[in-house]
Design a binder for this molecule. Structure first.
Ligand code: NAP
Length: 308
């Protein structure tokens, strides 16, 4: 049976990924949109979530493509209306606001899917399988990009709950938590806040695990030479690199896998499965690490960030 999806929030990720991926995946269909100021040709559009929910016969599920601040309230409204809910990453503006959504979804017998799109990148599962059979010596994460290129005009991202550089950095953490065989915990956090902003523009983190594994992560939004989205793992079986956000996998510098991005097609196939079974898929571990980074974070004040 086709899963009829309504999108809330027609911003960058909705237009770049959700709309084309829904069109490309069998068994899902875009049948409504709610947007404060945009519309899609050929799809019924409503200005608010309330008006969307007043036309509940049009759709079975709601994909929340809005900023994290305020998403919990939207999820509660959609779940209360008996709709399956897909949450863009991060699943919440806080860790603790997400659990009540699980309880509500369970009560209603509908699906709740906290997506981590980077976990659907092609190199992630092969990297997990490789690392399951090795002794890991160290992990180094570098996740750097130009905020002006990737987040133009996104004021919410600099506000409390918007996560700042952790908005992309949490993608690296979602891969890290998927591929490492044992859980890690944060041991150090240095956060660089522009003097005029409420969220960090850069973060330097250290983690460890029960065996003392050294893990470092450098996130930076001031990288203008191009994107660096890599995770390097030293093991007794060689150096594994999950490169380009998970599109490529290298071992000792030799390419093992190089595939185009189909993350959101994977997300919608999974959402359709969860909806047909009325199941919940919520892993908060990447968001927990970000919360820990703010808890343990030493604050450094850096140059003001001015967009233009
Ligand atoms: P965006 O371009 O700012 O779009 C968010 C949309 O949400 C807005 O266009 C707006 O749509 C709606 N909205 C509702 N309340 C809003 C508010 N108070 N402030 C701003 N917008 C509001 O952001 P985005 O990049 O699509 O990111 C949305 C979510 O997807 C974030 O959690 C982000 O982490 C995640 N994500 C983004 C990317 C990416 O590459 N951009 C990748 C993966 C995941 P209407 O005008 O239609 O109401």
């Amino acid at each position: 049976m086709t899963l009829r999806v309504a999108i809330l929030g027609l911003g960058k990720i909705a237009r770049d990924q959700h709309v084309p991926s829904i069109a490309a995946v069998d068994g899902v269909e875009l049948t409504a949109v709610a947007s404060r100021n945009a519309a899609l040709d050929g799809v019924p559009c409503f200005p608010t979530l309330d008006e969307l929910l007043a036309h509940a016969d049009l759709f079975d599920a709601v994909a929340l493509c809005t900023p994290p601040q305020g998403r919990q309230e939207q999820a509660i409204a959609a779940l209360t209306a008996g709709k399956h809910v897909l949450l863009e990453k991060p699943p919440g503006a806080t860790v603790s606001e997400v659990r009540p959504l699980e309880t509500l979804a369970r009560e209603k017998g509908v699906a709740l899917f906290a997506t981590w799109h980077s976990r659907f990148a092609p190199a992630v599962e092969p990297a997990r399988a490789f690392l399951a059979d090795t002794t890991i010596r160290s992990v180094r994460i570098e996740w750097k990009e130009d905020v002006r290129k990737w987040h133009p005009g996104q004021e919410w991202i600099w506000e409390p709950g918007g996560l700042g550089v952790f908005d992309p950095g949490i993608n690296a953490l979602s891969i890290m938590t998927a591929i490492l065989p044992r859980p890690v915990f944060l041991t150090r956090s240095d956060l660089s806040f522009p003097e005029n902003r409420a969220a960090p523009i850069a973060a330097s983190l250290a983690f460890s695990d029960s065996a003392g594994l050294p893990v470092s992560a450098e996130f930076d939004w001031r990288e203008t030479s191009g994107e660096i989205w890599n995770i390097m793992v030293e093991t007794d079986a060689g150096s594994l690199t999950v490169a380009d956000g998970g599109k490529r996998l290298l071992v000792d510098g030799a390419m093992r896998l190089d595939q185009p991005d189909r993350e959101y097609a994977g997300i919608y196939r999974r959402f359709a499965q969860l909806a047909s079974a009325g199941e919940i898929d919520v892993d908060l571990s990447p968001l927990q690490h970000v919360a820990d980074a703010f808890l343990l974070g030493r604050r450094h004040v850096v140059e003001a960030f001015v967009e233009a």
